[in-house]
Design a protein around this ligand. Structure first.
Ligand code: FES
Ligand code: FES
Length: 165
């Protein structure tokens, strides 16, 4: 079995994988990072979106061996954790915006939505609603009707710009 070395959420990892192992399987089953979801396994729903070398990537569509040497960030890598002052739970501004603007119901699509949205905030801090809707066309939600997702992403992008994150 080949072994693959990569960086996940800032941590260097080396794992033995089969040639056919998908990146999402490496993340969920070997590294126990189950925040990355599998909705379709066929590159349609976006629930499995992570960042690979900074680019939003559907991790059900990439082999683990293709990620050798890459920097991967999952939803678990976005938050800072609890801050010492106890005033904030350290959520990434985009995560906080989804919570504040009710951008989720069951939450299944949310990790992928947020990873895509953060990438948009980095690529286009001036994205308007039309740009947000266009960017998120690869992410499906079965619950919310999307209006609150768009509101959340718009607020999250503003908050990212304001906090330099
Ligand atoms: S699980 Fe990867 S796109 Fe749906
Ligand atoms: S919040 Fe349920 S699938 Fe999007």
């Amino acid at each position: 079995m080949p072994s693959v070395s990569l960086t996940v959420n800032g941590r260097a990892v080396t794992q033995e994988v089969e040639n056919r192992t998908l990146l999402v399987e490496l993340l969920r089953e070997k590294l126990e990072l189950t925040g990355t979801h599998v909705g379709c396994d066929t590159t349609q729903c976006g629930a499995c979106t992570v960042h690979v070398d900074g680019k939003p990537t559907k991790s059900c569509t990439m082999l683990a061996v293709q990620a050798a040497g890459a920097e991967v960030t999952t939803i678990e890598g976005l938050a800072d954790g609890v801050k010492a002052d106890g005033e904030t739970d350290g959520l990434h501004p985009m995560q906080a915006a989804f919570r504040e603007h009710h951008g989720l119901q069951c939450g299944f699509c949310t990790p992928g939505m947020i990873m895509s949205a953060v990438a948009l905030g980095e690529a286009n801090p001036d994205a308007d609603d039309a740009a947000i809707r266009h960017w998120l066309k690869g992410n499906l939600c079965r619950c919310t009707g999307y209006h609150n997702i768009v509101k959340s992403v718009a607020a999250g992008i503003k908050a990212m710009a304001a906090t330099n994150r």
